[in-house]
Write a new protein. Structure first.
Length: 327
């Protein structure tokens, strides 16, 4: 389907001759808006290379941070930047996360933090046209404010299972304490989502909990609804809470999950909650140092949060000490 200025018309779709059909369609409909997923970049390159598809007047790149993941030479979506692959007269990049770090932990002395995405520092993306902070969006009433519930989880004889069970206990406690209603728990695999759903069910006998592949079940209005899902599964609508309790999630995975939570409108969800259980080893002697391994997981999650809200860490900093009285 190709969108035109006057409405929608049926166009070519599927088949081995899609590239040729696309070039022919554009030749006969020069004023055409084409919507394409990132996975169609190979098709576009082939149409330009083999079928003389003309250059685009403008390419609008939504979620543009996906095209900026380093190294660009191994990023399949980076083709959209280059005229020898997908030619265009102009490009407009749209993203809420122009800077993404792999971790919020301070770098080792003498080194700089290595970003996964650094669009503002790369001349490939041009000069920023406009930026707006999340605090400003909240002030304008366009997105909901959020709170962070970072829960230390101590599991004696720590194993992946005991840590997961302790994390489920902590999440259940947070759900009850904050009276959370629509909760989305994100996991890297279907099995991990199922296991966490079972552990939550043991802690919350009044909640409606679903795992991947289960059909929706009617629930009473007083029941919290909890969806334990893989990251790539469709997110439920109107969520007020995101749970990050899977140590296999990277900061890049978390950026995508946070996008779903943080775009909620205050008319629908007045306040959002991000729940993060932090596994703490039984031997806590090095927890006073931010380089302790116990902070690795929360540092990845906080890096993703900072990508959406760079002012977040500033809000945690203590106020500056007053200048001493010169008298």
């Amino acid at each position: 389907m190709f969108e035109r200025g006057g409405g929608a018309e049926a166009g070519p779709s599927g088949g081995a001759r899609l590239q040729a059909a696309l070039a022919d369609w554009i030749a006969n409909h020069p004023h055409t808006l084409v919507a394409a997923p990132y996975t169609a970049l190979d098709t576009l390159q082939e149409a330009h290379r083999e079928h003389r598809l003309p250059a685009w007047d403008l390419i609008v790149v939504e979620e543009a941070h996906r095209t900026a993941l380093e190294p660009l030479t191994r990023n399949p979506y980076a083709a959209v930047h280059f005229d020898d692959l997908v030619p265009a007269l102009g490009r407009l990049y749209l993203t809420a996360t122009a800077q993404i770090r792999l971790s919020a932990k301070p770098p080792r002395p003498g080194t700089r933090p290595e970003p996964a995405v650094a669009m503002t520092d790369n001349p490939l993306f041009g000069q920023p046209i406009d930026t707006v902070t999340r605090n400003e969006l909240v002030r304008r009433g366009l997105v909901s404010p959020y709170q962070l519930d970072l829960i230390p989880v101590l599991a004696p004889n720590a194993t992946p299972y005991t840590l997961q069970r302790a994390a489920a206990y902590a999440v259940a406690h947070s759900i009850r304490r904050h009276h959370l209603r629509r909760i989305w728990s994100v996991h890297h695999t279907r099995d991990h989502a199922h296991e966490f759903a079972l552990l939550l069910a043991a802690q919350l006998d009044n909640a409606h909990i679903t795992a991947p592949g289960e059909p929706p079940i009617p629930r009473r209005p007083t029941q919290p609804a909890i969806w334990c899902r893989r990251l790539n599964d469709p997110a439920p609508g109107g969520i007020d809470t995101l749970v990050l309790a899977d140590p296999a999630l990277t900061s890049l995975h978390t950026v995508d999950a946070l996008s779903t939570l943080l775009r909620q409108h205050p008319d629908r969800v007045p306040r959002l909650t991000l729940v993060i259980p932090v596994p703490i080893p039984p031997d806590q002697k090095d927890l006073d140092r931010l380089t302790a391994p116990a902070y690795d997981l929360s540092a990845r999650y906080l890096a993703a949060l900072m990508a959406h809200d760079p002012e977040y860490l500033n809000s945690l900093a203590p106020p500056p000490e007053p200048d001493p009285d010169p008298t």
